[in-house]
Design a protein around this ligand. Structure first.
Ligand code: F6R
Length: 598
């Protein structure tokens, strides 16, 4: 959560920073601000979206160095005062911050006792005041200040004295960009990818000084080199490309993203999944524990079944925030599923597992992320950048990547014959085309959204692989339409939730192959007899479910991947209901794309 951008170069810093903030807005949009390096420093900040800041700020400036921030509130209401950057009283030091400073109250008391006057309720504001008391150049001051901080931070600081941005990282991502005659700072590459694709990811404990012609990094007082990497996507990939919303663009991007996910990873002749993860890691563990949050947790629930089926291995999926550590660390492979690779709950579950001796694997979209760096092995889902706060294409790429890993585990453990592996791999290779065939039905989904979308409560049901999809369908709808939506195992309806079912509560049932559709049919009959409209997603050849439901969507025949195809209908349904209600689809209230606090 929260986005940071910094610039030092020859050009006017203000437009560069404001553009970066617009791109970072998916990380938080409660308030935004910019600090320009003038003497004293100039700060513009505003509650609300970046557009409000753009209106309030001048069109240009004389400054060639500065930092900006877009905020998802943790400490303090989303007001002008609490917006970052925060500065000391004399406007000599200013700071933008992602993360939480746990000991801020104690530091604030101490500073107030020494006469400092605070303007905000944030944890961050202690930092510029501490900088003003420290000694030496900005980099030395920040080095001394971080010694006093407990908690997590990505900090970017400027001083009135020199054209440089000094940054520090602990448990919150930070990346520096190497430009021509300019250098950049970002909480992620999106902040500056239109200017440079050459980046270095900072590590925990790093402090860096960024000037127009140099980037120097230290860790624990020692100068260190951080590799320069080239990101393989450009600004086009992060723009809307003619769609009304990023979410819709990303829903439609799924075939392309999935092609990248499977590309060169299937050998159907030999029945092998070709991944970077070592066979020993997959063969030597008797248990897999997935840890994840939100949508990634639903992908993990899906994967858990595939691992049991293909690899004959006991597998569980837990919310990362509820995870107590591996049951038998030596025998357990702990798999962190995380699009961003920065979710605090998932990182802390993975760290706990590693401390207790388990082998850890990250399944992530983000190269250079903390999860990728801290785990023993990493498998990338290769979905490309996802800007919409509601995850769509990354869910599909997670499920397909995890299916590949499950096949690899099955082969490494001699649990999956080559012929069966070949047929699963053939299905996985066909997922992109099948998703496209589902997407081609968008008009019908939009009509269904118009028919049922005005109700206020929605239930989603499914069994087996249909259950995580029911949960995901409900999560998507509640996130972006603000309607009440719940997902249940279809068989559980009659054990309580059925009391909520009325003619005004549409029920969306996942009834494809891989979800025990015959059993779910009984549950559909139960809700129909209470008058609820039923929207069913079935396999192409299913008759019975189709006869009973009010609306039927069909998916192409694709074995265990059929529920994933059903999910694409549910994504489009959520999108069109939210659009009908004129919701801010890419920026749902109270949410942020990457949640870096526990
Ligand atoms: C929902 C959504 C969130 C994330 C969750 C985990 O649309 O995007 O539920 O799935 O915050 O994020 P990652 O996958 O980055 O760990």
């Amino acid at each position: 959560m929260c986005g940071i951008v910094g610039y030092v170069g020859d050009d006017d810093a203000l437009p560069v920073i404001l553009d970066g903030l617009k791109r970072l807005e998916y990380r938080g949009y409660d308030s935004a601000g910019v600090c320009l390096r003038t003497d004293p420093l100039t700060v513009h900040k505003k509650a609300g979206e970046v557009d409000e800041l753009v209106e309030a700020a001048p069109e240009s400036s004389e400054a060639t160095c500065g930092v900006g921030h877009t905020r998802w509130s943790t400490h303090g209401e989303p007001t002008d005062e609490n917006a970052h950057p925060h500065a000391d009283e004399a406007r000599r030091y200013a700071v933008v911050h992602n993360g939480i400073i746990d000991n801020h109250a104690e530091l604030r008391d101490e500073l107030e006792d020494r006469g400092h006057v605070f303007e905000s309720d944030t944890d961050t504001e202690v930092v510029p005041h501490l900088l003003s008391e420290a000694e030496g150049e900005l980099v030395e001051r920040l080095g001394a200040v971080v010694e006093r901080l407990e908690g997590s931070y990505a900090l970017a600081c400027v001083s009135a004295d020199s054209d440089e941005v000094v940054v520090a990282r602990q448990d919150s991502p930070l990346v520096v960009g190497h430009g021509d005659d300019a250098n950049y700072v970002g909480s992620d590459v999106t902040a500056f990818v239109e200017h440079t694709r050459r980046v270095s990811y900072l590590h925990d404990g790093d402090i860096a000084r960024v000037t127009a012609d140099s980037i120097e990094v230290w860790n624990d007082g020692e100068s260190v080199d951080r590799a320069v990497e080239t990101v393989d996507w450009d600004v086009e990939a992060a723009e809307k490309g003619g769609y009304e919303h990023y979410m819709l663009k990303e829903i439609h991007e799924q075939p392309r993203a999935l092609r990248k996910t499977v590309s060169e990873r299937t050998d159907e002749v030999e029945g092998e999944a070709l991944l970077d993860v070592s066979d020993e890691v997959l063969a030597e563990h008797d248990r897999v524990e997935f840890v994840a949050c939100g949508t990634s947790y639903h992908a993990a629930l899906y994967a858990r079944r595939l691992f049991e089926e293909y690899a004959d291995i006991s597998a569980t999926a837990e919310y990362a925030s509820e995870y107590d550590g591996p049951h038998a660390p030596e025998e357990t492979l702990v798999v962190a599923v995380t699009q961003s690779g920065e979710t605090a709950d998932t990182l802390s579950a993975t760290r706990r597992a590693a401390r207790e001796g388990a082998t850890t694997v990250a399944v992530t979209n983000t190269v250079g992320s903390t999860a990728a760096r801290e785990t023993d092995e990493t498998v990338y889902i290769r979905a490309g950048p996802e800007i919409g706060v509601a995850a769509t294409k990354t869910f599909a790429s997670q499920v397909v990547t995890l299916a590949l890993v499950a096949v690899a585990a099955g082969r490494a453990r001699d649990a999956l014959p080559a012929s069966e592996a070949s047929s699963v791999l053939a299905d996985l290779r066909d997922v992109p085309g099948a998703v496209q065939r589902v997407l081609d039905n968008e008009d019908r989904v939009a009509e269904t959204a118009e028919e049922y979308g005005w109700d206020d409560a929605f239930f989603y049901v499914g069994r087996r692989l249909g259950y995580p999809v029911a949960l995901e369908g409900a999560l998507k709808l509640k996130e972006i339409s603000y309607d009440h939506a719940e997902g249940f195992p279809a068989g559980e309806l009659k054990h309580g939730p059925l009391a909520l079912v009325t003619p005004d509560t549409p029920v969306l049932a996942v009834m494809t192959d891989g979800t025990r559709p015959r059993e779910t049919l009984n549950n559909v009959k139960e809700v129909e007899s209470r008058g609820a409209p039923v929207v069913a997603v079935t396999s192409s050849d299913a008759d019975e479910g189709a006869r009973l439901a009010d609306t039927v969507f069909r998916v192409p025949s694709l074995g265990d991947m059929e529920p994933l195809l059903a999910n694409v209908y549910l994504q489009m349904f959520a999108y069109h209901v939210a659009r009908l209600k004129d919701r801010p689809i890419d920026k749902p209230r109270n949410l942020a794309k990457s949640v870096t606090v526990e």
